[in-house]
Each structure stands twice: as structure tokens, then as C-alpha cells.
Design a protein around this ligand. Sequence first.
Ligand code: P1T
Length: 379
Amino acid sequence: MKFNTKTIHGGQKHDPAYGAVMPPIYQTSTYAQSTPGGHKGFEYSRTHNPTRQALENALASIENGTHGLAFGSGLAAIDAVMKLLKPGDEVISTNDLYGGSYRLFTKIFQDFGIKFHFVGMQDVSKIEDYINENTKLVWVETPTNPMMNIIDIKGVSEIAKKHKLLLAVDNTFATPYLQQPLDLGADIVMHSATKYLGGHSDVVMGALVVKDEELADRLYFVQNASGAVCGPQDSFLVLRGIKTLHVRMQRHCENGKKVAEFLESHPKVEKVYWPGFEFHPNHEVAKSQMSDFGGMISFTTKGNNYEEAIKTVENLKVFTLAESLGGVESLAGHPASMTHASIPKEEREKTGVVDSLIRLSVGIEDADDLIEDLNQALG
Ligand code: P1T
């Protein structure tokens, strides 16, 4: 089955009770048993729920995995991966990543004795400098949030395999429409399903997909034992979102290209970060592992002026100033004071998250309106 068919049918069955085309929202916490253990495959909704299971099957299908797991948020999904580790273990992570992931690693799991190395992986060979006998996991975000760095997943996976490390890829920005990390050698794909998978800014949810039975069992154990699951209503909404992922992503990419090119030519703009530009340092890797370049763009204004960046985002009328990304509507954010405020200033500035950086999630409106809006806001 090809991708655009999988988004609609992958892993799906019509409901056995009445043939409902969409899975019903099984709004139940528990299931009747005829005798202890005598049930129809569902005992308690933290462990299994038919609506969540329909979504988990769809997630596995679109990421070319065998098992999907849905969580109450993207961070809950990352939390479950980190719970595969033990005190003393070490993780090598991209140095540019969502501020909340950084906060989870450094403010929660570091206190449980897990050590994190934040490494610029644009040159994958750098990873080897940090590998020792305690290293267990490589955490890759690509494209990175918010600097749009591209990491060579296949290159990282070769190093991870050589040293018997797990490789997890946060595929939130790319989505499986653009990039399928399991096919490139990753062991775990993670999503903030809050973003493009849900697609309508109405749900907070996380997801993991794997292709190994034993790893799936370990993660299902954590999912059930820690309990950070999502509810049936949210599962339904994300399943519905996935059915239009391919058409939405196509438009996000088209609009993203137009907006990136407009910004690049604007006299007040200093630098535009978008992997579709030939001058992007890892454009060739992006071309080889992604089918297009997505709708996420970051840029700085000339003079690196904090007040001017704030004024620009405040002036926007079609773009909404808000956290998050990946919905049908265009959003703008100021990473230094919003999504990445939990990263110390000296750390974030090392990766380029300076005070004048603005991040755009380009939606699927008419591109002319988006460009006009940016033009007036910058003006
Ligand atoms: O917000 P949540 O669903 O828990 O997902 C966390 C997360 C994980 N990974 C990436 C790449 C992310 O971008 C996020 C969430 N990001 C935002 C809310 C944001 O505006 O960047």
C-alpha cells in the first residue's frame, strides 16, 4: 500500500459491531468480564482501548513500523523512551531540539542519574567522540526545532548499529509524509502528534512507532506501568487528522517554499533557515532523506534586535502568535522567550536561538495572504 492510501486505510478495519467506517469513540474506562480474565481483549483503558488501538495501528502503518503507541503528549512519549534506561546510562542528543525535550532530559532524567551529551550532529562523525561503554541511546531531532538543522539519519544509524545503541528520531517536523526514519535505520520514531499528525491545533498527544517486537513489548510495559496514555476522544481526532496528512503536507510544503523565498529576498531579513535552500548546510542530506522540505521556517531580522523581533510577531494579523506548530493555520513564535525559554541563554545562543529569531509554522491558507501579512509586519 502506498503512503497516500495508508493515511486513510493503513492498519484500519471497519468496526465489527455495526460496520462504522470511522472507529467509534469507546468512551469507557473498563470492560465487562464473564469470568475473571474472560474478556474480549480489553480489560482496562490504561492498558488498551479500541479507539486508541485503531490510532496506534494507523501510526504503525504510516511510519512503516509494526507497533504504534499513543501517549497523552509528545513529552509523555519521550518520557517513555527514557524509562528504557537505568541510572549510569548515557544519551547523546542533538544540541538543537525542542526546549521541553531539553528540560525533560536535564531537569528530570539527569536527576535520576542519566547523563546527556548535547552534540551538533550536522557532521555525524562527532557522535563517536561521546560514545563510551555507558552510552545506550542516540536522540535525534531532524529537522531540528527551531534551527532547521538536518541530521543524516542513515549516517547516525550506522554509528548506532556499530556500537549497539538505540536510535530514536523525533519526526515531528518532517512527519512520515516527508521522512520515514525506521526505513533509514532508526529503532524508534517519536511524534508530538499535537502537531502535523493531529493537524488542527485541537489535541495534545504523543506517539512512538517501532519495528521490533521486543522493543515494542518494553515500551508497552512502560506505557501501561507509567500510564501516560491519551483518551479515546483525542485518539479519534488524531486518527481523523492522519487521514488528510498527505494533502495538508503537500500544501504546507508549497506554501513553505513561497514564504521562505519571500523572506530570503526581504531587505529587513538577515538569515532564513529552511532546508530547501541550496545554501542550507545540509541541503543535500535533506534532499536524500526527505521527499520535500516542509512548512517550518525560522529567520532573523537585521541587527539581531529583540524589540524589533517582538514588534514583528505582534504586528502579524493572519499568522497567530502562539506556541505549537503543524496545524492548518499559520503560527509564529519567538523561540527565545517562548518554546525555548527553558534553555539557558548561553546554551541556546550557541545553537543560533538568538533574540531576533522568529519561527514560522506555515499553514495551508493562500500563500499570497501569508506573504502580504509578513511584509506588513516586517515593514
Ligand atoms: O507538546 P508535546 O505534544 O508534549 O510535544 C513536545 C515536542 C516534542 N518534539 C518536538 C519537536 C516538539 O516541537 C514538541 C512540542 N513543540 C512545541 C510545542 C513548539 O511550539 O515547538
